[in-house]
Design a protein around this ligand. Structure first.
Ligand code: FES
Length: 174
């Protein structure tokens, strides 16, 4: 599996999907294994992306339906749906809040950002607030390390974010 570290740019190959950068210690995921089953593998990803956007998450019934319609084994559909962070197999909140915990962002203070978000929302990463407004997640890199620390809410990036600014950002989506 080919890996490229989003934090320091190091590149390497090994046999696992997830690997740790020997230069900076960041955990990264590699290119997924080839999808076997549907005639056009990219179509599976497109269909899942479209359903994720339309329904907010991918239920077991949805994945079964995709498997049947595309002629892809259910195991392959699950493999893809669980590999990409863009897909959720559980209902998500109205807003998807991601705090980057990649090396570049950690150095610039993302742990304090995450702590502030946890205080404000009262949830841990991977959880959804009781009112269904926010789902909190951490990610290894959002691809804009120079703007660190970075937080993302839905499609919007908030870079060089100070702890004191977090509440204002969160409330603007509440
Ligand atoms: S480490 Fe790359 S955006 Fe945070």
């Amino acid at each position: 599996m080919r890996h490229r570290c989003g934090g320091c740019g190091n590149e390497w190959e090994d046999g696992s999907w997830r690997s740790t950068c020997s230069r900076c210690g960041q955990t990264v995921t590699g290119t997924p294994p080839p999808v076997r089953g549907p005639e056009h593998p990219e179509k599976l990803i497109q269909v899942l992306l479209s359903l994720q956007k339309e329904r907010g998450w991918l239920s077991r019934e949805t994945l079964k339906e995709v498997s049947r319609r595309l002629g892809a084994p259910l195991s392959v559909v699950y493999q893809v749906a669980t590999f990409y962070k863009a897909f959720s197999l559980a209902p998500r909140g109205k807003h998807h809040l991601r705090v980057c915990m990649g090396t570049a962002c950690q150095i610039r203070g993302s742990p304090a950002l995450l702590e502030r978000v946890r205080q404000l929302l009262g949830v841990e990463p991977g959880e959804t607030t009781a009112d269904g407004k926010f789902t909190l997640e951490t990610v290894n890199c959002l691809g804009c390390c120079a703007m660190g620390p970075v937080m993302m809410v839905d499609d919007r990036y908030f870079g060089r974010l100070g702890v004191s600014q977090v509440e204002k950002v969160v409330k603007s989506f509440g």
